[in-house]
Design a protein around this ligand. Structure first.
Ligand code: SF4
Length: 430
């Protein structure tokens, strides 16, 4: 029989450094004294025990929870940054099929890793993943480091990701603090103020440390739950505790309309008790949205389209796109813009579609034109190529230009139904 959280709280030993951070200074929370009293220590113990119990019964069966391979967990953590679980699952499964080991990733071409990442955005993440895999292969023959500081030193790995990998894969008491954990802790302890502010952020990290450290202490006392439907519940207490905090924030303590009635921590939650759930955490100051307009020109010749690979060192480096240019404020002479972009004057320009896309604070409007050109466009860039639609499918496109390709694909189906005229744009029908 599983011990109750109350029984565990009563069995909790006192810790020697209660109330002090790693640097030895006393740490306090605005809504709750983090430690420094038996009541606080008991509260943490009770919460940890409840979280572990809840996670054993309610954890989602996610594919990366069926493994303790640090490489697989690392890939999932990087993919999950700023992306929803349901979007990540098929990406992760395909990635692990194509690149099942760290060595396979390290030896893959940039084109392969970009293609596998296509649509997830924030491509700097996949480039760092690739670079880090190559570093690990060169340094230790592909053996993933188990030391927290070594993991933290890898490209693209910050405090959160290092903590997640070390706790989930190796069951180390390393804390995690992502948006979900921030929300749970801020509400639970009634922590007001901007969670990104240095002082408050340090307190949240300290709380996260206390939770996972307590889970490590309880490890021997809490029986490991029986694995359920393939989900990895036989992992250690630190692994399960960190995942339970993230899981609670994702499915119960949600940003809007949290399901406090289903929350295992409801009886100890300051925000719920004081009726201020929606007030925590303090909302992110909104950055004003900036609108940017672009024009893209689709040039088709003998069933091939003009595309280019973006150069290194720019946004969306190494990804592919159709010829395009940013429109000047106050409007452009479209024909002149097309000529400047393509290096030749189009004989015909036809409005084809309009794509809307958001990246961080930018609201992008991309007006797409079918361009008919008599002369071969001068090399629009050194990396431009003529590719059939089928060939473009093997290339990783930026999100906005991927939407253009998607429309071309749909139109290609329709174009096959009508007679084709050589030399003119058969898919675009320009
Ligand atoms: S009781 Fe409600 S607000 Fe408090 S932690 Fe649980 S879900 Fe979040």
């Amino acid at each position: 029989m599983r011990p109750t959280s109350k029984a565990l709280a009563n069995r909790e030993p006192r810790t020697a450094n209660r109330g002090r951070g790693r640097d030895g200074r006393r740490v306090q929370s605005p809504g709750f004294r983090v430690s420094g009293s038996d009541a606080s220590a008991k509260k943490i113990t009770t919460l940890v025990a409840r979280l572990l119990d809840w996670f054993a019964r309610h954890a989602r069966d996610l594919p990366w929870r069926r493994t303790r391979d640090p490489y697989a967990i690392w890939v999932s953590e990087i993919m999950l940054q700023q992306t929803q679980v349901k979007t990540v699952v098929p990406y992760w499964e395909r990635w692990m099929r194509e690149l099942p080991t760290l060595r396979a990733l390290a030896q893959a071409t940039p084109a392969t890793v970009h293609k596998l990442w296509e649509g997830l955005g924030y491509y700097v993440r996949v480039r760092n993943l690739h670079r880090a895999a190559q570093e690990i292969l060169a340094r230790s023959g592909g053996q993933f480091p188990q030391n927290y500081d070594e993991v933290l030193a890898l490209p693209g790995i910050g405090r959160y990701t290092a903590g997640a990998i070390c706790s989930i894969a190796f069951n180390q008491p390393t804390p995690v603090l992502d948006g979900n954990v921030v929300r749970v802790l801020a509400r639970l302890f009634g922590i007001a103020g901007d969670p990104r502010a240095r002082r408050i952020n340090a307190r949240l990290w300290h709380l996260a440390e206390l939770f996972v450290a307590r889970a490590a202490q309880l490890e021997a006392r809490i029986p490991r739950p029986v694995p359920r439907s393939g989900a990895l519940h036989h992992s250690g207490a630190c692994s399960r505790l960190n995942q339970s905090l993230m899981e609670l924030g994702a499915v119960v303590c949600t940003p809007r309309k949290p399901r406090c009635g289903a929350c295992p921590l409801a009886g100890r939650c300051v925000a719920l008790r004081t009726g201020r759930v929606e007030e925590f955490p303090a909302p992110k100051p909104r950055r004003a949205a900036l609108t940017r307009r672009y024009a893209a020109f689709i040039v088709e010749r003998d069933g091939r389209f003009l595309v280019r690979q973006r150069p290194a060192g720019v946004v969306n480096a190494h990804l592919w796109e159709f010829p395009n240019a940013e429109a000047e404020k106050g409007g452009n002479d479209l024909a002149a813009l097309a000529e400047r972009t393509l290096g030749t004057k189009p004989t015909r320009l036809r409005e084809w579609c309009s794509i809307r896309h958001s990246i961080t604070q930018y609201r992008i409007k991309l007006d797409v034109f079918a361009a008919l050109v008599e002369k071969n466009p001068r090399q629009w860039s050194a990396s431009s190529r003529w590719k059939t639609l089928a060939e473009t499918e093997r290339l990783a496109f930026t999100s906005a230009h991927g939407k253009i390709r998607q429309r071309l694909r749909a139109q290609a189906g329709a174009a096959r139904m009508r007679s084709r005229r050589r030399g003119l744009a058969p898919i675009l029908g320009a």
